[in-house]
Design a binder for this molecule. Structure first.
Ligand code: XIL
Length: 348
């Protein structure tokens, strides 16, 4: 209710005091034009099945976006489902389509605790892959994947979700078998395989979770002190309107960019408890707009990527019971209020 009232007050003000033309000029026609105007890459996660099979999905993706991330196709289980058997079809398709459509690519992701191939997790569990072998496998994985796309990936999510919500380092197979140095190793190997790619640490809830923020800042300071090649910080940006907007996000992003990193919002979506109402869509639009503004106003944030641009292909309904409608376009690829809200963002 409070939010609704604020919304009404804002609308009333906007009517009384129309923004003068010099504040922003003409509203961009689409996100690609917005991207050029803001000098921030506007990205989307890509569903490879839809990319191959749905002409309308492909058309809108290529019209609207200047950056893409494979939603699943570059994850370890996708590229090496059996030991030593690589399947690059999906990942190649994303990169080729991007090149044809003047889109940069975010590589996602090299070191993660999820979506690992069964041969790897089983081998670690039954002891047939010991710590020494595991380190070799990780090096090989990074060198092979980063090497394959050398020169074609603007930025890699080298490590993903390495701190848990309590602010402890995540107890993954990487930490428990290799110790904390696996992080520095991963960045060094990735840099060796593609010296020009920007190398990122990526995480969720990093917009607001103080314990996670502080541990992550310390990890980055430590890496920098050791001259480990880390270039960027990725905020996933998975929000929900049933929670307050993380109002401290601009300061949090600043704390990271003050360390000399570039920033990106890498997986933005704003989910809601169903059913959808116009009020919820208005709140969602506000959240999207504030996230993009945070990126634009920071000055070191170079990319704003949504985790899927259409509700037709969104991970939210499958992962959050009773929630959905998290994207900026609906199932029919019609723009929602959030899309228009993004188009209205300007540099200060
Ligand atoms: C999700 C995908 O969207 C789903 O299709 C898949 O089943 C699970 O992973 N953080 C990440 C992403 O870094 O890789 C996750 O993507 C969403 C959360």
């Amino acid at each position: 209710m409070k939010r609704l009232l604020l919304g009404l007050v804002a609308t009333a003000l906007a009517v009384a005091l129309p923004l003068p033309a010099y504040a922003g000029g003409k509203t961009p026609d689409d996100l690609r034009e917005l991207s050029q105007k803001l000098k921030v890459y506007m990205g989307s996660a890509v569903d490879v099945t839809a990319l191959a099979g749905e002409a309308d999905y492909r058309k809108v993706l290529n019209r609207e976006f200047t950056h893409v991330t494979a939603e699943n196709a570059m994850k370890w289980e996708s590229v090496e489902p059996q030991r030593g058997v690589y399947t690059w079809d999906g990942a190649d398709a994303v990169v080729k389509n991007a090149q044809r459509n003047r889109q940069n690519v975010r590589g996602h992701t090299l070191v993660w605790h999820n979506q690992l191939p069964a041969w790897l997790t089983a081998g670690v569990a039954d002891g047939s892959i010991d710590a020494k072998a595991l380190r070799k496998i990780l090096r090989e994985h990074i060198m092979t994947e980063v090497g394959r796309y050398r020169g074609k990936i603007r930025a890699w999510d080298v490590v993903n979700e390495i701190v848990d919500d309590d602010g402890n380092r995540r107890q993954s197979i990487w930490l428990t078998n290799l110790g904390p140095d696996y992080i520095a190793d991963a960045f060094r190997w990735a840099h060796q395989a593609d010296p020009h790619a920007k190398l990122y640490l990526n995480d969720y809830n990093l917009e607001w979770n103080t314990a996670k923020i502080n541990t992550t800042l310390n990890i980055i300071k430590d890496l920098k002190a050791k001259r480990v090649p880390i270039n960027g910080i990725g905020f996933q940006g998975h929000l929900g309107i049933q929670y307050d907007y993380p109002g401290d996000f601009p300061n949090v992003m600043r704390q990271f960019t003050d360390l000399g990193l570039e920033a990106a919002i890498t997986e933005a979506d704003v989910r809601m408890v169903l059913p959808v109402t116009p009020e919820k869509l208005a709140t969602q639009a506000d959240y999207y707009q504030r996230m993009l503004s945070t990126c634009v106003d920071n000055g070191h944030c170079v990319e704003f990527t949504v985790w899927g641009y259409t509700d037709r292909h969104s991970w939210v309904p499958g992962w959050f019971d009773g929630e959905g409608s998290a994207c900026v376009m609906d199932e029919n690829l019609a723009p929602k209020p959030a899309y228009k809200a993004l188009l209205s963002v300007r540099r200060k």
